[in-house]
Design a protein around this ligand. Structure first.
Ligand code: 8DG
Ligand code: CA
Ligand code: CA
Length: 471
């Protein structure tokens, strides 16, 4: 039988009356050859209806696709129509599948395109109802089909995988502005509420498109839900707009952009009536700390983000200097760059050396700084800004004893993830975790670890890779 040019439109035409289904002999499909052995499709009936589903199944089979009647662990692609990512995930949670599956959850548009092409077309973002970005993973297998984790979303960031692929940026950007404003107003409770909400939404593999999608998601307080609802309806939040136009917010944002300026100093300058940095710099009665002086001096350089290429160049310089004193030392870039970020506000390094003494550890950083200071003077690159060929970059250097390196690495890789790891340790495991150690309060012992994996294991947590810690 020749296929109509657009067979899918056919079923939309005409009134769609519900007829009693007859599973007569005419409905039994003849066997079709399977052309694509690697794929096993399951078409979701929910919101599609029995008739259309049966029609699509038959059509796909005729085109050589393997389409299964039942859902099982062997299914590779689930195709749905008129379902959001969260709806399909919710439905999946009720099915008896493995907690971590290689499934693709796709919109029917993928199947339609594939049938038209006569082969399975590549799945792209527009087809994927649930997005998984594992491009930062060093594992090529994971890059192809990352596992779909069908689990209840935890209130702890350390039990979620958060890549840099944020499907809900429109919401998280809004929350971050509100959280920052509450921070400026020293309202810790609301600040934390919006930060946690931003963190949880960043971990979602789907975009929130209706309030129904927020069901079952932890850390979304009423105040947060109101903002989500407004953004869904109007495309923006009136509260965020007001904050962005608020004089206090704008001033604090500007003042804290100076290295070494925190809330206390900003508050002081704001109360003194200052609104611009130029006026502050010219005020001879103000005393600036050495950090603030550097902050003003290198302001333009420091507000521009550090790129990965710049971070790599800094890494070479750090290694060179460190190895001049401790040739065995390991130098690891931590912070946002270790989590796969392409830009940062500074570059963080962890330095550790097997066999180093307490004295070595104490003296290394002063020695490194001293070396750089001498080089700077020798090269004549002082604070002169005219026609300069260099850029000031903030660098955080951390030196730790070799036995503590796993704890330091975990701590300095950071993000909200790290804070929730500590919260989890305290509240769920009766343990104390910091950048140096893990203490078990029940057993009254310090737990040793040679790697981050071992710390996760002590805490009874699944290991989360650095690039999945962008909470
Ligand atoms: P960015 O530079 O890309 O903007 O972000 P980041 O790399 O994630 O943040 P960061 O401010 O450079 O901090 C990196 C991690 O260092 C942070 O998540 C937690 C950790 N950290 C500590 N102690 C301290 C501290 O005393 N000050 C700062 N700034 N960070 C600390 O463990
Ligand atoms: Ca950093
Ligand atoms: Ca830092």
């Amino acid at each position: 039988m020749p296929l109509p040019t657009n067979p899918l439109q056919m079923v939309h035409l005409g009134p769609r009356k519900k007829r009693p289904r007859q599973m007569g002999a005419s409905m039994v499909c003849p066997p079709h050859d399977i052309k694509f052995q690697d794929l096993a499709l399951y078409i979701l009936e929910k919101k599609m209806g029995t008739t259309r589903r049966a029609f699509l199944m038959e059509l796909a089979r005729r085109k050589g696709f393997r389409v299964e009647d039942e859902l099982s662990d062997s299914i590779t692609h689930i195709v749905a129509e008129n379902n959001s990512g969260s709806e399909v995930l919710e439905w999946l949670q009720g099915q008896n599948l493995k907690a971590s599956s290689q499934l693709e959850l796709l919109d029917v548009s993928w199947l339609i395109e594939s049938m038209a092409a006569g082969r399975p077309v590549e799945t792209t973002g527009k087809h994927q109802l649930v997005k998984r970005d594992y491009s930062a993973s060093p594992n090529p297998e994971l890059q192809k089909t990352p596992p779909l984790v069908i689990k209840k979303i935890s209130q702890y960031a350390c039990q979620r995988r958060t890549t840099l692929n944020n499907c809900n940026q429109i919401f998280t950007d809004a929350f971050e502005v509100l959280a920052e404003n509450y921070e400026f107003r020293e309202n810790e409770v609301f600040c934390l509420a919006f930060m946690r909400a931003a963190s949880v939404l960043k971990s979602l593999p789907f975009t929130i498109i209706s309030m129904k999608d927020t069901e079952g998601i932890p850390c979304l307080e009423d105040k947060v839900k109101c903002v989500i609802e407004e953004i869904i309806e109007d495309g923006e939040s009136s509260e965020v707009k007001a904050v962005l136009n608020d004089e206090r917010y704008q001033s604090f944002k500007l003042f804290t952009s100076v290295f070494g300026v925190g809330l206390k100093t900003s508050e002081k300058w704001f109360r003194m009536g200052y609104r611009t940095l130029n006026k502050i710099k010219l005020d001879k009665t103000l005393k600036f700390t050495p950090m603030q002086k550097a902050g003003f001096l290198y302001y333009e350089d420091l507000v521009s983000c550090v790129t990965r290429a710049e971070a790599e160049a800094v890494c070479m310089l750090v290694k060179e200097a460190v190895w001049a004193f401790l040739p065995e030392a390991f130098v690891t870039m931590t912070g946002g760059f270790r989590r796969g970020k392409k830009i940062g506000h500074d570059v963080d390094f962890l330095i550790t050396s097997p066999g180093s003494t307490d004295e070595d550890e104490e003296q290394l950083l002063p020695k490194v700084i001293n070396l750089w200071e001498r080089k700077r003077v020798d090269s004549g690159k002082c604070s002169q800004q005219e026609g300069k060929t260099w850029k000031a970059i903030r660098v955080d250097l951390v030196m730790c004893p070799y036995e503590r390196r796993a704890f330091a690495l975990l701590g300095w890789t950071g993000s909200r993830f790290e804070r929730d790891l500590r919260r989890y340790a305290t509240h769920e495991r009766k343990m104390i975790l910091d950048n140096h150690a893990l203490y078990d309060k029940t057993k009254k012992i310090f737990l040793k670890a040679e790697s981050e994996e071992e710390i996760f294991a002590h805490l009874g947590l699944d290991y989360i890779e650095p690039w999945e810690r962008n909470a």
